[in-house]
Design a protein around this ligand. Structure first.
Ligand SMILES: [Zn+2]
Length: 211
């Protein structure tokens, strides 16, 4: 709860922080206080606050207040930072994400462009621009690595049912893998070294014969 409150009020807290730090330093350490030192201290604290996971919770339109929701036409749940260059024109719930990233799983080498992306994400997106003329439409975004599906809620439910079915089958595969893996064993490094040496000599012979 404290995290949510701080997340929602972070801008107000950081705006008030420089003055508060000035006053605190003047009172506590008047002999070393300078405005520059206070400003440096405030900047460092604000940087830390912004980095803190406690404050990285997205702020909802409801938390931003009525002025914001009226200005951007936001439903209460919307976490889009409208007005920022990266913001959507539509409204969105906070995405859910797997902590597992594409790069944690991918061995194809093709994930370079999106290696830090979560394996899967999902969020609800609402388009309501000039709603009286164009209506309001709810879509679900399903992200999988660099790919993004934008589907109707009905299609999202179909995807969910498919995933449920797949999860049951995946569980069987993982169980089977555990069983099969019981027969796995490490090789003998001495035999491996002898094998590599023999391979090296074989290739050397071939390349000398070809020269
Ligand atoms: Zn919005």
């Amino acid at each position: 709860m404290a995290d949510r409150i701080l997340g929602a009020s972070l801008e107000r807290v950081t705006a008030a922080l420089p003055d508060a730090i000035k006053q605190a330093m003047q009172a506590a350490i008047p002999e070393t206080y300078t405005p520059e030192l206070a400003a440096q201290f405030a900047e460092a604290m604000i940087t830390e606050l912004r980095k803190s996971p406690a404050t990285s919770q997205p702020i909802t339109a409801a938390e931003r207040g009525t002025e914001w929701t009226l200005r951007w036409g936001c439903p209460d749940f919307c976490i889009e930072e409208h007005g920022q260059p990266h913001a959507l024109e539509s409204h969105s719930t906070a995405p859910i994400k797997t902590s597992l990233r594409v790069a944690d799983l991918d061995c194809s080498g093709y994930s370079d462009n999106g290696e830090n992306l979560p394996w899967m994400t999902a969020q609800v997106v609402v388009a309501n621009d000039k709603a009286q003329a164009y209506g309001r439409e709810t879509r679900v975004w399903l992200g999988y690595g660099v790919h993004l599906a934008e589907v109707s809620p009905g299609k999202a439910r179909e995807a969910l049912a498919t995933l449920h079915g797949f999860c049951a089958e995946l569980e069987a595969v993982v169980d089977q893998a555990d069983e099969i893996a019981k027969d796995d064993f490490e090789g003998d490094p001495e035999i491996a070294a002898a094998h590599e040496e023999a391979e090296y000599r074989r290739i050397k012979r071939i390349s000398e014969a070809a020269a």
